[in-house]
Design a protein around this ligand. Structure first.
Ligand code: ABU
Length: 490
């Protein structure tokens, strides 16, 4: 290959400062922030819900430009882009398993970006490693894991994926080096579990068809008897069951599988028990909430998303493991350019991580926990549970609405008989009244309303229901008959 002489390929550098086209000074960039945030806050107050913005009508040219632009122009485009996007932090957002805004956590998250450390080694992350360690230790303690370790991941799906890897390695020790060599692994989850288990089984080469959907009772909780029977049948057929997943807070109705009873089944059959507490893990902070996770201390691993019920910005997902050393055995690699054992290996979290470069998701959670303490966070959890109950009572009080069931936790599912629910929730958003989602439960469409923002007030609940009924009336729902729900009970 012909080499281009160095002097022809590159102009010689001068010893002067970089030309302005290359410079991007922080002091200039940050100067716009107070005004920008102030304007965005005013927009939120004036218009808590933004209707769907037609992609053709976007006021910002998204094409990367050929040359540099003045920062103030770019900042104005940033304002327009955020102004025209969905508002997930206001008191009219009930659409997802996250919502609200925690000031302390947002500021800490901005500072994590400012410092831009990478969480693989103590050399590059310094005391941030200790911040992360302190959180993982406290969260493990709350789960009742006597010896535990953990890792932050980019989301609950990936925490679940790592848990499957650990369970697989425990059952098939040769798997990491040599693959599964003709073994036929089987995983058990409830019919109402999150899709990430099946998705992970596909990613990991276990096969999506290796995931069995176990039946649930009328309240959406996995039936331990059905789990035991399914395991027995698969073992008798020569397959290799290795993992059961209990969901602590199912995605649609917020149901909690019976961890204690599933744990007995798993111990007897030699299976790893993982708890997907992406939604419900945070309830471990509340005396009332932790009842829903009875038996958690006997599980092998737990997914816990702090960006859901704990309210810190996306994402802050944690996988906790009851067996110290399991993460390193599954994930560690040598890298002469990274790991120099300057610090004790314990202080290099890269040995226990799914990722190489990793952003600091711990600082925002640490700041929020410092700001609120155990008691403050517990009060926030209790408030969310209370808001869900209060909302359900209000649904019952409106004869035009049908509550599907007493809410197991933070999610309230209900129907507006006779109305196309998808069209109805679009009406709410387009009119600027609220954002809420729909889902399918036992074969029936429902509105799923979620209480994950403790800043909500009762009048926000009333305002939402008034608007919903106004739009439903416009759609003429009066003659409707209740739709039946297959299998669910109140
Ligand atoms: N893992 C989160 C599922 C998305 C949602 O229902 O909010």
């Amino acid at each position: 290959m012909a080499m281009i002489p160095y002097r022809e390929a590159f102009a010689p550098l001068s010893s002067e400062r970089p030309p302005s086209a290359l410079s991007d000074p922080f002091d200039e960039a940050i100067a716009v922030l107070p005004t920008l945030l102030g304007r965005l806050r005013s927009e939120e107050d004036a218009r808590p819900v933004v209707g769907r913005v037609d992609p053709e009508a976007l006021e910002v040219d998204l094409e990367p430009p050929e040359g540099p632009r003045p920062w103030t122009d770019v900042a104005e485009d940033l304002f327009r882009l955020l102004r025209d996007g969905p508002r997930t932090t206001t008191r009219a957002f009930f659409n997802q398993l996250f919502g609200g805004r925690m000031g302390s956590a947002v500021v800490a998250d901005m500072l994590a970006s400012f410092a831009n450390q990478s969480m693989y080694t103590y050399k590059v992350a310094g005391p941030q490693v200790l911040v992360e360690e302190a959180l993982l230790a406290r969260m493990g303690e709350l789960a009742g894991f006597t010896t535990s370790e953990g890792t932050f991941t980019p989301g609950g799906s990936l925490s679940n994926l790592v848990a499957i890897v650990l369970a697989r390695n425990a059952a098939f020790p040769e798997a990491r080096e040599e693959g599964l060599r003709g073994r036929t692994p089987v995983i058990y989850v409830s019919e109402e579990s999150h899709y990430s288990i099946r998705k992970s089984a596909g990613i990991l080469g276990l096969g999506r068809s290796s995931v069995r959907a176990v039946s649930v009772d009328a309240r959406g909780r996995l039936e331990p008897g059905a789990l035991a029977a399914a395991i027995r049948a698969d073992q008798a057929a020569g397959l290799n069951p290795f993992l059961a997943v209990a969901t602590a807070g199912t995605t649609v109705r917020g149901a909690f599988d019976p961890i204690d009873r599933m744990s007995e089944v798993c111990r007897a059959a030699g299976l790893w028990l993982h708890v997907d507490g992406a939604l419900g893990g945070s309830l471990l902070l509340s005396r009332r909430g932790r009842e829903l996770l009875r038996g958690i201390e006997s599980a092998d691993s737990l997914t816990w998303d702090a960006h859901k019920l704990l309210g810190v910005p996306l994402t802050a997902s944690v996988l906790l493991v009851r067996h110290r050393g399991a993460l390193e055995a599954a994930l560690a690699e040598d890298a002469s350019y990274l790991f120099h054992d300057v610090a004790p290996p314990r202080l290099d979290p890269g040995h226990r991580s799914l990722q190489c470069g990793r952003r600091n998701d711990a600082l925002k959670l640490w700041a929020a926990w410092q700001r609120h303490g155990d008691t403050g966070l517990a009060a926030r959890m209790d408030r969310c549970l209370g808001l869900a109950q209060a909302f359900a009572e209000r649904v019952v009080a409106r004869p035009e609405l049908e509550l599907i069931e007493t809410p197991p936790s933070t999610n309230v599912c209900f129907d507006v008989p006779g109305v196309d629910l998808g069209a109805l929730v679009s009406d709410l958003t387009e009119a600027g009244d609220a954002m809420v989602g729909t889902a399918e439960l036992c074969g029936r469409p429902v509105v799923r309303w979620v209480a994950v923002n403790p800043d909500l007030e009762l009048q926000d609940l009333d305002r939402f229901l008034d608007a919903l009924l106004r739009h439903a009336r416009r759609r003429g729902f009066a003659s409707a008959q209740p739709r039946g729900l297959r299998g669910a009970g109140a």
